[in-house]
Write a protein that binds this ligand. Sequence first.
Ligand code: CAA
Length: 382
Amino acid sequence: MVDFSLTPDQESLRELARKFARSEMAPHAAEVDRNGRFPEEIYRKAWELGLMNLNVPAEYGGTGLGLFDQCLIVEELAYACAGMTTSIIANCLALEPIILGATPEQKDRWLKPFCADYHLASFCLTEPSGGSDAAALKTRARRSGDEYILTGEKCFITNAPHAALFTVFATLDPALRHKGITAFVVPRESAGLLPGREEEKMGHRASATSTVRFEEVRVPATDRLGAEGEGFALAMRTLDQTRTPIGAMATGISQAALDLAARYALQRTTFGKPIAEHQAIQAKLATMAQQLTASRLLTWLAAWTIDRGARGTLESSIAKCFSSDAALRVADEAIQTFGGYGYMKEYPVEKLLRDAKLTQIYEGANEIQRIVTARELLKRYA
Ligand code: CAA
């Protein structure tokens, strides 16, 4: 029989994340959002509690959690602040290509320091000339003896201004499209690696985003991940793993929006009664609850599928796409329930809408998720 109940370990994990989110993140969410501040002290505390690097296997010092458990944590963190959550989970994205594609010696070298001390890493795939067509990336990797020389520019890179390590996708020859793409691990101190200035963003303002320029950056061949030409598949396999937690992030935003709207509806009075007694508001809350429940279940299904060893490309793209579209609608309805107050920065709901928007864009825009979903689906009919 299918069982949706959590194990005692999962309950305690969720409780740990909930407590941290509500006591350490939520009280600062409005301030860091207003000031676009990167609250590194909170990220350090998350690391101390084992709430970062969730995907690093136990043999390299990590928690070795499965994707389902990671999603339980991410939903709780995002309930308090999606922006901080983006920065807290960005290491999972950046380290996943190492987990999937590195040799045991490389894993030892790169994963262990992240579990021994607080460090940030960045995943460098997207470029200014286009993010959705990943096979068309232009950053060049030129072989020179026992090194590669990287030249090019990445953009929208989460945590780049603060990162100690970068997983970088570059091409040996753009004409080869995906067959030329190769992955590298590049430390921050490498000469010619230049993070740009921090972007001013609409939402996720607690997270730092910038360009990263590579000006003739020399990378030893021993720091290549996998073989030449294997980088594109590695990036896709990484995103199969990391899109599901974006579904969890969107679910956390939806839950926060529904909770705020329902509580407000019970205490706000119009026409002589709480607005929760008006059918127009009840219909909103009901639709929000439907969207939220479906988001959580699709996210859980994708995580469960991947934890059982399947690739989960279809399930993760459905979970990410549905839950992020839902979060935008649910946050929008929460604002509508609050009326004019919802539009004011003094109340917390407008932030949810701004934060929800990014979940439709990053880790593959939802237009790309629909392409991925359709391709995977049609394979089953061919
Ligand atoms: N796993 C393994 N291999 C895969 C794969 C997967 N999930 N998906 C594709 N591949 C392989 C294919 O099998 C194919 O291999 P062969 O040549 O051996 O047959 C190869 O990769 C090329 O595949 P496609 O023909 O499907 O490639 P495409 O050029 O048509 O593009 C795409 C596919 C799905 C649109 C891809 O470009 C894509 O996912 N784009 C979106 C990129 C993205 O998500 N960026 C997000 C960046 S990270 C970020 O935003 C987060 C942040 O900073 C916080």
